[in-house]
Design a protein. Structure first.
Length: 274
């Protein structure tokens, strides 16, 4: 069963490589993070400074101008809370498992639909037999493997998924596992194909690639930026950011944050404390 957002060890290795400048998020454990630090990571600030100038700026992607802030609801599994489709700007469903009728229902209530899928191999998906070469298991996640980004068959699977999601009526895509070293060109090709189909692109985690992916991305998701002290990477981007925590969390200015159950990723959520 698909378990939802994943905190990858490879992402932590990359975070360490960024050095102390990456740890610019207010300390959630101290209860002092009512506002986000204005210091972003060294990598992010240098690569995006020419693109965005303030937290109130907007960016134009496949779906037009994006606000600097938006509300979100994450609902991967079958137990859907339809009320959130009327309350939130963006709702995330599993794009490969959710029928078009459910997507249409939620969109009809006012939300924009971000459709989830992994950029890597999962043996329970209907298209698992279409993948090309694989390079090894995702540690801790049975049935999942990293793809060989140089094998065109793997990108072809992603293109077919994007075609299907566009036909289903998704407004954008939430693509998981984009933080593996050596996959940057592969990920950018998926993002470009999504944009070509009129889909918004939500970048998940991979804070070390915010600058690299900047022109291909519309909005962001991060799991546990408070727990891992990386919320500062999203300061002053001028794009919506969704922060998901699995332990008690604090409200952070400029980020939409709530608590989810990592084992279920269903309709349950809890507001972060002020």
């Amino acid at each position: 069963m698909m378990m939802g957002h994943r905190r990858r060890a490879v992402a932590l290795v990359a975070l360490v490589a960024l050095g102390a400048a990456a740890l610019a998020c207010s300390d959630a454990s101290s209860g002092t993070n009512g506002t986000t630090s204005t210091t972003t990571t060294a990598t992010t600030s240098t690569t995006t400074s020419s693109t965005t100038s303030s937290s109130t700026s907007t960016t134009t992607g496949a779906g037009g101008g994006m606000p600097a802030y938006a509300t979100f609801h994450l609902n991967y599994t079958g137990a859907k809370d339809w009320s959130k489709c009327a309350e939130r700007d963006f709702v995330v469903f599993d794009g490969l498992e959710t029928p078009a009728a459910d997507i249409a229902q939620c969109r009809g209530m006012g939300a924009k639909l971000l459709c989830y899928f992994s950029s890597q191999y999962e043996d329970w998906r209907a298209d698992a037999g279409s993948f090309g070469a694989l390079t090894g298991p995702l540690d801790g996640w049975p049935g999942e493997q990293w793809v060989d980004p140089a094998d065109p068959a793997n990108l072809a699977v992603m293109i077919a998924r994007l075609d299907a999601l566009a036909q289903k009526g998704c407004d954008g895509v939430d693509i998981d596992n984009v933080d593996h070293a050596g996959h940057e060109s592969y990920v950018l090709a998926i993002y470009a194909a999504a944009r070509a189909r009129g889909l918004l692109v939500s970048q998940k985690n991979a804070i070390e690639s915010i600058g690299l992916f900047w022109d291909a991305v519309d909005l962001y998701q991060n799991e546990q930026c408070q727990a891992y002290a990386e919320c500062g990477a999203y300061a002053n981007l001028g794009r919506p950011v969704y922060n998901i925590e699995y332990t008690p969390c604090q409200t952070i200015s400029g980020l939409y944050s709530n608590r989810k159950d990592v084992q279920a990723m269903d309709a349950w959520e809890e507001a972060c404390a002020p």
